[in-house]
Design a protein. Structure first.
Length: 77
């Protein structure tokens, strides 16, 4: 059961990372897809200033998620 449990854990971890990566958060692959979708819908590229703002907001969102996960882990101890 050791190998099966280990492989199950690896599969779960891989799927979880894949789902998180596809979220439309800037800095992740889903964020790039969202930007490309917006550019396709508008028919022109976004300005550099808008893209920088988009990525800064995404970085802030990732930081908030990181802090929330850290707080949850500390409170469970």
């Amino acid at each position: 059961m050791g190998y099966f449990l280990f492989l199950s854990f690896l599969a779960f971890l891989s799927i979880s990372i894949g789902i998180i990566n596809i979220l439309p958060i800037p800095g992740l692959d889903g964020g790039h897809l969202l930007l490309q979708t917006i550019e396709y819908a508008t028919g022109r590229p976004l300005s550099e200033r808008t893209q920088v703002l988009f990525y800064r907001l995404g970085l802030a969102l990732l930081f908030v998620i990181l802090v929330q996960a850290l707080v949850n882990d500390i409170l469970r101890l």
